[in-house]
Design a protein around this ligand. Structure first.
Ligand code: SF4
Length: 630
C-alpha cells in the first residue's frame, strides 16, 4: 500500500516537473519563479511584483524569506486580528522540483494566540502548485467586506465572493470549490467554522488533511473574511542543470532518505513514536500529570494498523509517504475516513485526555479537521478543562451538561463543536489554555501548560530536561519542531536529567532547522548541512557551502528573535510552566522528577551566552552585525 502511494506521488512529480521543464518556454531565475503575489483584501486588488532577490540570497526561502517579508511588512504591535495583520505564504527554491521530501511551504503571520511570530509548515501539494501557478509567495493584507476566496491560476489572481461557502466545514468547502471551478486538480487551503468564529486555536487545512495547525492562523483568515485560497498552475520550475539536478536527487534519495533510520515513516508514520515516548516516560497523560499511559497499546501504531489503516499517503514528491489513511467501517463512528491520527493527536488529544478509545480519537480527529481546529492545542485545552472539572473548578453548568472527566469519550467527542462554535466552556477554551486559566482563575494557571500562550506538544520535559529549554526558547511558543533534544536524551544516549550540554544542543537544532526550512525540507527527513547546501546550490546555481548554510540558519533564528523582541517579548516569556517546575511527574522512567527553576535558569543563561544575546534575551548589536542583520 505504502509503495503504491509513494510511486504515485513520484510519478506525478516526474510527469509534471520534467514535462514542463523540457518545454523550455519560460526564462526564470533558477529555483525561483521570481514573482510575489500581493493581495489587498480591503480593496480586492491583486498585483504581481518581483521577488526580492537580495533577500532570497540572504534568507533562501521558506522560513527565512517568509520571516524577512513578515518582519518588513508588518507594523510592530499590530493587533493580530485586525485588518493590518499580514500573512505570507512562502515556498522555497526546491518546491515543485524532484528533490526528495520537499513538498512543504510555510505560512507566516503574527499569532492571535501568542502575539508572537508564527510560522506553520504544511505538506500536501499546494506549495508545488503555487510555483506552477507562477508565484514563489503570496502576501495578504486588509479585510474583505464580505466572505471571499482567493483564486490563483497561471500568473493571475482574483478575489471572489465566498458568501455561499461561509459556515461550511473544510471538506465541503474544498468539494464545492472544485465543482465551482470545474477542476479536480485544484489545490485548496481553507478555514472551517473555528476560523470564522475567531477561535485562537483554529488552523488552516490544505488538501483535506494537512494543517497549518498551530498558533491560530485560522482565526487570522477568519478576521479577514478569507474562507479559502484555491490554486492551479501549469508553468515550469527551472534549475540550472536538469540532468545533474536529477542525479543529485536520486543519489540523496538512495543514500540519505530511503535508509534504515527513516523506515519508521514508511512502516508506521508518526504513531510509531507513541511506544517510544511511553517507554521513555515522556508521554503526556492526564493533562501532564503523568508520563505514561496505561492504555498506550490501545492507541499506538500497531492498534491503528490492526483496526483501521487502509492505505498510506504521500505528499508531493515524497518517497517516504508517512501518512496513514484510516477508515472506521463499523460501530458508532462508522464511515469515518481521515488521514491520521498522527502522534501529536494521539498524545495530546488521546493520552493527555486519558482517552483509550482509538475510534473515538479518530472520529474526534476528523471533527477537528472539518471544523478547522489544531488537535494539539485543542487536546490540551480539553485536558485542562477535564482537570478543572475533576477539581470542581467548573461544573456541568459550564460544560453544557457534559460529565467532562478524564477518559470520558462521550463528553470528549462533543468538545470540538463546543470550541469551534464558542458554546459554553468552549467559548473560554477557544482562547487557548493561557487565557482560559486567566478567566477561570482559582489557581487553574498552575496546570495550564504552555509557553507564550502556545500549548505544550507531546514530549514531557520532566523526563527530557532539554525539552524545557527547547519549548521556552522556541520562536512561536512551546514547539517541538524548533529543537528536539528528546531525540538525544530519551531516544539517544544523553542523560535526560542533567543540564550539561543542553543549551548547545538546542541551539544546534534551532539553527539547523532554520537552514532546512529555508528550503523547505520536511521535518521527517533528518537532512544535514551538507545535503542542504548541495540541494540549494543545485537548484539556485549559487555555490553554497555547509558553512554558508550554518550562517544562514543562525541569521534566520536571530531575525525572528528580533521580531519577537520588537513585539515586547523578553526573558520572562522564555518560561517554564508551573506544573513542570512544581508537580512531580507520576509514573515511568521520570517518576518523581520536576524541572527545578534553578536548573532551567542555568540552561537559559548558558543559552543566551552561547547565542551572544544579553541577559534579557536580546541579540547584541555585535551579533546582528556579524550576521548581516544591521
Ligand atoms: S515524510 Fe510525510 S509529511 Fe514529510 S513530506 Fe513525506 S509524506 Fe509528507
Amino acid at each position: 500500500m505504502c509503495a503504491e502511494e509513494t510511486q504515485d506521488a513520484l510519478k506525478y512529480v516526474q510527469k509534471t516537473f520534467l514535462k514542463w521543464w523540457s518545454k523550455g518556454e519560460e526564462k526564470m531565475s533558477a529555483g525561483y519563479v521570481g514573482k510575489v503575489l500581493r493581495v489587498d483584501l480591503s480593496s480586492g486588488k491583486t498585483s504581481s511584483v518581483d521577488l526580492n532577490s537580495q533577500w532570497a540570497r540572504l534568507f533562501i526561502g521558506g522560513k527565512g524569506l517568509g520571516a524577512k517579508y513578515l518582519y518588513e511588512e508588518l507594523k510592530p504591535r499590530t493587533d493580530p486580528l485586525s485588518p493590518d495583520n499580514v500573512f505570507v505564504v512562502m515556498t522555497g527554491p526546491l518546491a515543485g522540483t524532484t528533490a526528495p521530501c520537499t513538498p512543504k511551504y510555510a505560512i507566516f503571520t503574527k499569532s492571535p494566540l501568542t502575539g508572537a511570530f508564527l510560522d506553520s509548515y504544511i505538506g500536501g501539494y499546494l506549495g508545488a502548485e503555487l510555483k506552477f501557478a507562477g508565484f514563489d509567495a503570496v502576501i495578504v493584507k486588509g479585510k474583505a467586506e464580505k466572505p471571499v476566496y482567493l483564486w490563483i491560476s497561471d500568473g493571475e489572481a482574483e478575489v471572489r465572493d465566498a458568501e455561499d461557502l461561509w459556515g461550511l466545514d473544510i471538506h465541503e468547502t474544498e468539494k464545492r470549490l472544485k465543482e465551482e471551478l470545474d477542476d479536480r486538480e485544484i489545490k485548496v487551503a481553507a478555514i472551517g467554522p473555528a476560523g470564522e468564529n475567531l477561535v485562537k486555536i483554529a488552523c488552516v487545512t490544505v488538501d483535506l488533511y494537512r494543517q497549518a495547525g498551530r498558533g491560530g492562523l485560522g482565526a487570522v483568515w477568519g478576521s479577514k473574511n478569507l474562507k479559502a485560497i484555491a490554486v492551479r498552475g501549469h508553468q515550469a520550475v527551472s534549475v540550472p542543470n536538469i540532468e545533474e539536478f536529477i542525479e543529485l536527487c536520486k543519489d540523496i534519495t538512495k543514500t540519505d532518505v530511503l535508509t534504515e533510520d527513516n523506515l519508521w515513516a514508511k512502516t508506521d508514520g508518526t504513531p510509531g513514536f507513541l511506544p517510544m515516548t511511553q517507554e521513555g516516560g515522556i508521554l503526556p497523560t492526564r493533562n501532564f500529570q503523568m508520563g505514561v499511559f496505561e492504555h498506550a497499546t490501545e492507541i499506538d501504531s500497531e492498534a491503528i494498523k490492526k483496526k483501521m489503516l487502509v492505505r498510506r499517503r504521500a505528499c508531493y514528491g515524497c518517497p517516504l509517504g508517512c501518512g496513514n489513511i484510516s477508515h472506521i467501517k463499523y460501530g458508532p463512528f462508522a464511515d469515518t475516513v481521515v488521514e491520521g491520527p498522527e502522534y501529536e493527536t494521539l498524545a495530546l488529544s488521546g493520552s493527555n485526555c486519558y482517552i483509550s478509545d482509538l475510534e473515538a480519537i479518530t472520529r474526534y480527529n476528523l471533527l477537528c479537521d472539518k471544523l478547522g481546529l489544531d488537535t494539539i492545542s485543542t487536546g490540551d485545552a480539553i485536558a485542562f478543562a477535564m482537570e478543572c472539572y475533576e477539581k470542581g473548578i467548573i461544573t456541568k453548568r459550564d460544560t453544557n451538561g457534559l460529565e467532562l472527566t478524564f477518559g470520558n469519550a462521550e463528553a470528549y467527542i462533543e468538545m470540538p463543536n463546543l470550541i469551534a462554535y464558542r458554546k459554553a466552556i468552549g467559548n473560554i477554551l477557544a482562547e487557548g489554555v493561557k487565557r482560559a486559566a486567566e478567566k477561570i482563575g482559582k489557581k487553574s494557571e498552575r496546570f495550564a501548560v504552555h509557553v507564550k500562550g502556545l500549548e505544550y506538544p507531546g514530549y514531557e520535559p520532566r523526563g527530557s530536561i532539554g525539552m524545557a529549554l527547547a519549548y521556552a526558547t522556541a520562536d512561536r511558543g512551546a514547539c517541538h519542531l524548533r529543537a528536539w533534544p528528546a531525540n538525544s536524551e530519551v531516544f539517544g544516549d544523553m542523560d535526560p536529567f542533567t543540564t550539561e550540554g543542553k543549551a548547545q544542543l538546542v541551539i544546534d537544532d534551532q539553527n539547523l532547522y532554520c537552514a532546512k526550512w529555508s528550503l523547505v525540507v520536511c521535518d521527517f527527513y533528518a537532512i544535514g548541512y551538507k545535503n542542504i547546501a548541495r540541494l540549494c546550490s543545485a537548484a539556485t546555481g549559487w555555490k553554497l557551502s555547509e558553512d554558508d548554510m550554518k550562517i544562514i540558519g543562525e541569521r534566520i533564528w536571530n531575525l525572528i528573535r528580533m521580531f519577537n523582541v520588537r513585539e515586547g517579548f523578553t526573558r520572562k516569556d522564555d518560561s517554564l510552566p508551573y506544573r513542570i517546575s512544581h508537580d512531580p511527574l507520576q509514573g515511568g522512567k521520570a517518576d518523581g522528577h520536576v524541572v527545578k527553576p534553578e536548573d532551567f535558569n542555568k540552561m537559559l543563561d548558558e543559552y543566551y551566552k552561547l547565542r551572544e544575546w544579553d541577559n534579557e534575551g536580546r541579540p547584541t548589536k555585535k551579533k546582528l552585525e556579524e550576521l548581516g542583520l544591521l
